[in-house]
Design a protein around this ligand. Structure first.
Ligand SMILES: [Zn+2]
Length: 434
């Protein structure tokens, strides 16, 4: 049954400008920044409780939302939508209901497309940068709130992520705690499937529930204990591989700690950089500085040489055998500080061997974690590097077509993630440069 309700006059031009198929804009109402609109009434829905089509208007209400016009240039892009809408009452069961509309979630203060805009912009901008883009109509804190909500809704509605035969879980430094990057490998390409802000067992369990693990044959990990625990419990028969680059990361950490203690008399940052760089990569002009530092600190020199030796193996025709020899010589001759790391390597030689047999390059996966760590440390806290990576993952994903013809979600190519973080870093440097 259809009913005619008297509607106000319509402004056709502004209705077209607004471009929301569910809404009509009222004539002679509002200025350039205010659009008074109402839903088309030719689509009164049936009662959601009993399906009856006979309803009466219960109440007329007004709701104000922030919106962005699709094809309008600044500064007239950002508008307020004043929507007059109706709630209905079912004539049979007396249920009162308000129809759902596509353009916004119930009770939201922003339209969906405005939220999408905020999320898109915030991937490559700081929160205050996004706020400025809206002519400060939305505060940085409100931008964050709406992004968080978008993220929650998006994450909850995503289908499980296809993992193929290789899953990779690697920790990376995330301000004070360790975060976890979740990578999937398909045909030699690496995709970021998600990032976790911590490496607790419970969040790893939750993560695994969101992944399609049916075909996984092997898992590449580093030495994060909680990851191993959960994997043993959830995927007990899985082959575990260790990227030997993880050990280089541990040795570098130890080198960094020792260099900090041994060279606190050196205040220049670039001298620390020289110590942290493998000898092969050091510029001729830096050689002199390095020699001077190491000459005066024999304990540091030993750790540096061990680290350099490990780098040499990993970057030129590595094998489990060569690594084992390196570890054994550390055990015999020190430096003492590296003995636990060498012992750990020997304990996990089988897992490293699996990695070698799979034909994977050393430091391939651990370098992804290293780069995520780098950006997390470099980027200003206000820019939420970790969340940006998640936003990117939720916003765009590659797909793969399986042999049975079905199409599955993969994640974001890792190059795209790192490029985005790099761009962000460049932009921040540009903005904050004096
Ligand atoms: Zn009803």
């Amino acid at each position: 049954m259809s009913r005619r309700i008297k509607e106000p006059a319509i402004d056709e031009i502004r209705t077209k400008k607004l471009g929301i198929p569910e809404l009509l804009v009222q004539a002679d109402c509002g200025d350039d920044y205010i659009y008074c609109a109402f839903p088309k009434t030719n689509r009164i829905p049936p009662c959601p409780r009993c399906g009856n089509f006979e309803t009466t208007v219960h109440l007329v209400r007004t709701r104000v939302l922030r919106d962005i016009l699709p094809d309008v240039q600044e500064p007239l892009r950002f508008i307020e939508l004043h929507i007059t809408y109706r709630s209905y009452q079912c004539s049979k069961c007396k249920n009162v209901f308000t129809p759902n509309y596509e353009f916004a979630l119930p009770k939201a203060r922003l339209t969906r497309r405005f939220e999408d805009f905020l999320v898109r912009e915030s991937i490559s901008r700081s929160l205050s940068g996004v706020s400025e883009m809206t002519n400060s109509a939305i505060s940085p804190a409100a931008v964050k709130i709406s992004i968080d909500r978008w993220e929650q809704e998006k994450a909850a509605s995503q289908p499980p992520l296809y993992v193929g035969d290789t899953l990779c879980l690697m920790a990376y430094q995330n301000s004070r705690t360790l975060g976890l990057s979740v990578l999937t490998v398909d045909n030699g390409n690496i995709y970021l499937a998600d990032v976790l802000s911590e490496t607790g067992s419970e969040s790893i369990r939750t993560l695994l529930r969101k992944l399609e693990l049916g075909k996984v044959r092997q898992v590449i990990t580093d030495l994060t204990e909680s990851v191993w625990e959960v994997l043993a419990e959830r995927l007990p028969n899985i082959v575990r591989l260790i990227d030997p680059g993880s050990y280089y990361g541990l040795v570098q950490e130890q080198l960094y700690e020792s260099a900090k203690q041994e060279t606190h008399w050196l205040s220049m940052k670039d001298k620390m950089d020289v110590i942290m760089t493998p000898r092969k990569k050091i510029l001729a002009t830096q050689q002199y500085t390095l020699r001077q530092i190491l000459k005066q600190r024999p304990k540091l020199a030993k750790i540096y040489d061990a680290s350099d030796g490990l780098y040499e193996i990993l970057s030129t025709g590595w094998s489990t055998q060569r690594l084992t020899q390196w570890a054994e010589s550390i055990q015999k001759e020190g430096p003492e500080l590296l003995i636990p790391i060498a012992q750990n390597l020997l304990d996990h030689a089988t897992n490293i061997r699996h990695y070698e047999l799979a034909g994977l390059p050393a430091m391939k996966f651990s370098s992804v974690s290293e780069q995520l760590t780098y950006y997390n440390m470099q980027l200003r806290p206000c820019s939420f590097a970790l969340e940006k990576v998640r936003l990117l993952y939720l916003n765009a994903s590659d797909t793969v077509q399986l042999e049975d013809g079905s199409i599955r979600r993969l994640g974001v190519p890792i190059e795209k993630v790192l490029d985005t973080l790099k761009e962000l870093k460049n932009e921040q440097e540009r903005i904050y440069e004096p």
